[in-house]
Design a protein around this ligand. Structure first.
Ligand code: XMP
Length: 509
């Protein structure tokens, strides 16, 4: 992949956001922990230093070696980065005695400097630091101030080095994106060539070069990531890609057949494996949520391993890993997940000993969708809500039976179809139904009923880490509730979940 911008991470909660803003400018960038700077920097055209929870004055604060970067390519230092440059080069950083958290306005801006082109005086910026730059570093020239922060931005005379104490990547910095564009495009002259089409062209060539004539196996889930990964690989290596789509018996109503047909229509070499009974047998009688997840994970590995063995001489396992997972695993805070899997190498199933290929490992979720669109994947598939790997099992509270799966599939289908036909589906990030382990008394006609309760859940979110319940229209909820109770045998009551995450979670188990 082409390298354009290097982002050095000092552990800030906003580092991923910097990368997203840079990508929005169609510029490719990669995040590296501050202590793992790549040796060969020849392909990078600019560097951005992130913020950090540390104080530069602390003994254990990150102290990166910037000798191959500063003065050798354009550099933008954000927050901690700005303080770091000052602290170690003739400036002075002290604890701030005024409040430097939240919104502030640029009361002075050097509008002759390219960095602030098209940035209005009084532009709002987002501050988040407890230290402040009292004295600029050697050759520092102040470029902007706020009421409380004199040295809000500076540059180093004679270098293309810029430093700002606020966070341009945060949405509340109104002109933040403009400043990033000024720095990257106008000052550093980085090409804006990272488009979905360019990505496809480059990754297909890279995959062909890497995999050559080998066979690759990939597990499809019906979700966006694995589908886009499969289509990319199919474009690169055609019939040498073997896809496996497992029915664990816990998918949505008719999903196994529908998605399988859709995959075949896309020209993928896919084998549908109906293992529903095998999963349901293994789940019988298990009530505890973590035990259910573990059982499903175990059976999936068994089924996938069996199938992968049928493909003669397969060399690679393809995965739909995306960039946030990669960042997590290499983060400053440490790759805990990776360490565990290394410990397990001896006991891994055979397919996990294959070489790994991850065509989407450099993309954010929204970029995966755009790449999918440029590959001609059906927008309906690309716009599907996330669906958990353990499927309906974690939405059936308590033990799982075929009958409970049937009930929940019916309820879920009515809810999801209703969202679609009322134009609400795309306004919701994730939706589904939960089957509760209680019966309630009702009355139908003149008869007393004693049947199941279901909960409906619809949330707004960007990444599933936090979520708000969606205020679905009452009329809609009324119609859906009536339809569920009238049509689904075994359900006599519908409730709507009005909990946000945190403190609740999206799934109930
Ligand atoms: P929670 O319930 O933790 O869910 O708020 C956050 C997001 O993750 C999905 N989820 C899972 N996905 N395997 C998955 O592949 C799982 O075990 C799992 N548990 C939760 C959930 O659907 C939501 O999108």
């Amino acid at each position: 992949m082409q390298h354009n911008v290097l982002i050095l991470d000092f552990g800030s909660q906003y580092t991923q956001l910097i990368a997203r803003r840079v990508r929005e400018l169609n510029i490719f960038c990669e995040i590296f922990p501050y202590n793992k700077v790549p040796e060969d920097l020849s392909s990078f055209k600019a560097t951005i230093l992130s913020g950090s929870p540390f104080s530069v004055r602390a003994d254990d604060a990150p102290h990166p070696d910037l000798s191959q970067i500063r003065g050798k390519m354009p550099l933008l230092a954000v927050c901690y980065g700005a303080q770091y440059l000052a602290h170690f080069d003739g400036g002075e950083v002290t604890p701030s005695n005024t409040r430097e958290y939240g919104r502030a306005n640029l009361s002075y801006v050097d509008d002759h400097d390219t960095f602030f082109e098209e940035v209005a005086l009084n532009s709002q910026v987002w501050m988040s630091h407890s230290d402040t730059i009292k004295k600029l570093p050697t050759n520092g020239i102040c470029l902007a101030s706020t009421k409380d922060v004199e040295n809000a931005a500076y540059r180093i005379d004679g270098e293309k080095t810029y430093a700002i104490q606020f966070h341009p990547e945060v949405y509340h910095s109104t002109d933040g994106k403009q400043m990033l564009e000024n720095f990257l495009v106008r000052i550093a002259e980085v090409p804006q060539n990272f488009t979905p089409n360019a990505f496809v062209e480059e990754i297909v060539a890279e995959l062909q070069e890497k995999i050559k004539g080998d066979k690759v196996v990939l597990g499809l889930s019906g979700g966006v990531d694995s589908t886009v990964a499969a289509v990319l690989l199919n474009k690169a290596i055609g019939e040498n890609l073997y896809c496996i789509f497992v029915n664990n018996g816990l998918l949505r109503k008719n999903e196994f057949q529908n998605v399988l047909d859709q995959y075949k229509g896309m020209g993928l070499n896919v084998k549908g494996v109906d293992a529903a009974d095998r999963f349901l047998d293994q789940l019988a009688g298990i009530e505890e949520p973590e035990a259910k997840r573990k059982a499903i994970g175990r059976v999936f590995i068994e089924v996938f391993d069996d199938e992968a063995h049928r493909i003669e001489d397969v060399k690679w396992l393809a995965q739909g890993t995306i960039y946030p997972d990669v960042i997590e695993s290499i983060s400053v805070k440490g790759p805990s997940a990776t360490i565990k899997s290394h410990h397990n190498v001896g006991g891994l199933p055979d397919f996990m000993k294959l070489k790994i290929v991850e065509p989407l490992r450099m993309l954010f979720k929204d970029e995966v969708r755009r790449v999918g669109a440029s590959l001609g994947i059906d927008p309906e598939l690309l716009g599907r809500h996330p669906f958990p790997g353990p499927g309906l099992s974690i939405r059936i509270l308590g033990d799982i039976t075929k009958e409970k799966v049937r009930i929940l599939q019916e309820v879920d289908a009515i809810f999801i179809e209703g969202l679609k036909s009322h134009g609400l589906y795309d306004k919701v990030w994730q939706a589904g139904a939960i089957l509760l382990p209680v019966n309630s008394v009702g009355v139908m006609g003149d008869e007393r009923t004693y049947e199941k309760v279901v909960a409906l859940r619809a949330v707004e979110s960007t990444d599933g880490m936090t979520a708000d319940w969606v205020h679905l229209p009452y009329d809609f909820l009324m119609k859906i509730s009536n339809e569920i109770i009238n049509k689904v045998r075994g359900v006599n009551r519908v409730v709507y979940d009005i909990s946000s995450k945190p403190p609740a979670t999206i799934e109930w188990e």
